[in-house]
Design a protein around this ligand. Structure first.
Ligand code: AP5
Ligand code: MG
Length: 213
């Protein structure tokens, strides 16, 4: 089962992808998480990506396409994968098409999680993330049992460097300009679905499962 989760920053791609990954036993491939790990580790990719990520712009297509091409070749992707935050430009979508064709793979569902703009800003500016396992929290919608501590692994909750209001608004405008056209790319191909991300997290999850089967 190969899936693509699309949607603007804060729509719930990561929240849902982690749960779907657990349920279906396939990995969540988040280019954002992989790039943040590279920045933290100070690798060459991380050094190239840092400035774009901090301003809310996009990292270059060649970097993210390279990351995904390597990652989908790993053994844990044999049963399938969930792409979270990739592709984000039409050029990335075309590169993915070629990558999949070479490997005789196809995408089963492209699912766009939709959400109102002001709700996105409130979600992102209220978010915290576990430094240990990556679990996401929110100061109103998903509070940890103990402040600053992950319920799942006991790790420390951190705030992302790009989760301030100014950067969020830039990420949203970059999404409208560069990522929204990717929706048309997939709409023409079929297997494109939309899920209302304004609903409760559990309802969004149930609706995704109904599509995935
Ligand atoms: P990335 O990490 O992908 O960030 P993003 O797309 O901006 O999306 P987010 O992770 O912020 O949101 P999400 O949809 O995962 O929401 P979440 O589930 O956490 O990318 C970061 C940067 O990396 C980019 O800006 C770019 O620089 C670079 N990059 C990454 N991929 C790239 C690519 N392919 N090409 C080029 N550059 C790339 O939820 C958000 C919050 O809301 C949480 O607190 C959560 O608890 C809460 N929440 C979730 N669902 C609900 C709900 N239904 N109701 C209420 N609250 C909810
Ligand atoms: Mg995410």
């Amino acid at each position: 089962m190969n899936l693509i989760f699309m949607g603007p920053p804060g729509a719930g791609k990561g929240t849902q992808a982690r749960q779907i990954a657990d349920k279906y036993g396939i990995p969540q491939l988040s280019t954002g998480d992989m790039l943040r790990a590279a920045v933290k580790a100070g690798t060459e990719v991380g050094r190239k990506a840092k400035a774009a990520m901090e301003s809310g712009g996009l990292v270059t297509d060649d970097i993210v396409v390279g990351i995904i091409a390597d990652r989908i070749s790993d053994a844990d992707c044999k049963k399938g994968f969930i792409l979270d935050g990739f592709p984000r430009t039409v050029a990335q979508a075309r590169a993915l098409d070629s990558m999949l064709m070479e490997r005789k793979l196809k995408i089963d569902h492209v699912i766009d999680i939709t959400c109102d703009t002001e709700a996105l800003v409130a979600r992102i500016t209220g978010r915290s993330t576990c430094a240990g396992c990556g679990e996401g929290y929110h100061k109103e919608h998903k509070k940890p049992k103990k402040a600053g501590v992950c319920d799942k692994c006991g790790g420390t909750l951190t705030t992302r460097a790009d989760d301030n209001e100014e950067t969020v608004r830039n990420r949203l405008s970059v999404y409208d300009q560069q990522t929204a056209p990717v929706i048309d790319h997939y709409r023409h191909k079929g297997a494109f679905k939309t899920v209302d991300g304004m609903q409760e997290m559990d309802t969004v999850f149930k609706n995704l499962c109904a599509i995935i089967g």
